[in-house]
Design a protein around this ligand. Structure first.
Ligand SMILES: NC(=O)c1ccc[n+]([C@@H]2O[C@H](COP(=O)([O-])OP(=O)(O)OC[C@H]3O[C@@H](n4cnc5c(N)ncnc54)[C@H](O)[C@@H]3O)[C@@H](O)[C@H]2O)c1
Length: 281
């Protein structure tokens, strides 16, 4: 019988017995995904730069999940020693790490992350913010994946899910960021586009490098996850989106569970696009 025929039934989506480490676990998507993976049966390592009590306060696990199945670790992913310690603590507790979901990143929101008075435009974008995003979004990704790949090689298996963006695939249409007058038009800053563009190719690099060693590597490209956005922004988004709306964080649960589970066992090197059709026209 072919492997495909053996994979019938919804059990293939189960995370029972798996240990999943989520970086950025206290964030908008991380808190949603972590709770869902716990419900799907996973033991959870919740990683963020926030304190361990803050990380745990944002986690809503399954009703049957206990402290024994959850570990919060405060880690700055730009600090390699801190990342290596995070892996050691996870393995001490759960013996192995089956799945990495790497979400931690700086997403320089068009309205909050630029210095006072700046609008994020390329011609005046501060190099300090450029370097900070490279440090977190690129070097942080390198730190986390290199450290975990060594652990997964020692285990003989592993599954890595990185987080890209539609801006890994297409440029921002800055019409999205134009509020009603007299407010000034804004733009999506270049640091985010630059540091997210590398994710799909980095995914393919790791995927092909480790394909014969039992480690799968894929990424997800979400877009427009609703988070108390102003009405004008939601209206602009709706006009530009084929599906005519933003997504809820919970609409990422299925794609993440799919990639984390054995349901995607023949996938590696892929970018799974979850953007309501944004990049389809
Ligand atoms: N929200 C969206 O619409 C959207 C769209 C496309 C892609 N993404 C990507 O999804 C991922 C998660 O996005 P989100 O909206 O949940 O963001 P978020 O800002 O809500 O969460 C990011 C988390 O990462 C943590 N973090 C930041 N720097 C860190 C560091 N140095 N060390 C450890 N933790 C650190 C933050 O504390 C935060 O909890 C990001 O990679 C983002 O680029 C989000």
């Amino acid at each position: 019988m072919s492997p495909v025929n053996e994979n019938r039934g919804l059990d293939i989506f189960s995370l029972k017995g798996k240990t999943v480490l989520v970086t950025g676990a206290a964030g908008l998507i991380g808190s949603e995904i972590s709770g869902t993976m716990s419900v799907a049966g996973a033991k959870m390592v919740l990683v963020d730069r926030l304190s361990e009590s803050e990380i745990l306060s944002r986690f809503v696990g399954s009703s049957s999940s206990s402290d024994a199945q959850t570990l919060a670790i405060s880690t700055d992913i730009t600090d390699r020693a801190s990342v290596d310690l995070m892996i050691t603590r996870s393995v001490d507790r759960f013996k192995k790490i089956d799945v990495l979901v790497h979400l931690a990143a700086i997403d320089a929101k068009f309205d909050t992350e630029t210095p006072d008075g700046a609008d994020g435009r390329f011609e005046s974008f501060p190099i300090e913010l450029w370097k900070r995003s490279i440090d977190v979004n690129i070097t942080g990704t390198f730190n986390v994946t290199q450290s975990i790949c060594n652990q997964m090689l020692a285990q003989g298996s592993g599954n890595i899910i990185l987080t890209a963006s539609t801006y890994s695939l297409v440029g921002p249409n800055n019409d999205l960021y134009i509020p009603p007058p007299p407010a000034k038009p804004m733009v999506k800053p270049v640091d985010y586009v630059a540091t997210k563009s590398f994710i799909p190719s980095y995914t393919r690099y790791l995927a092909t490098h480790y394909a014969k060693q039992g480690i799968r590597v894929n990424c997800i490209a979400p877009h427009g996850v609703e988070n108390d956005n102003p009405e004008w922004f939601k209206e602009n988004f709706a006009k530009m989106s084929p599906m005519g709306r933003m997504s809820s964080a919970s609409e990422l649960n299925g794609p993440f569970i799919f990639l984390a589970s054995d349901a995607s066992s023949y996938m590696t090197g892929s970018t799974l696009v979850v953007d309501g059709g944004w990049t389809a026209w």
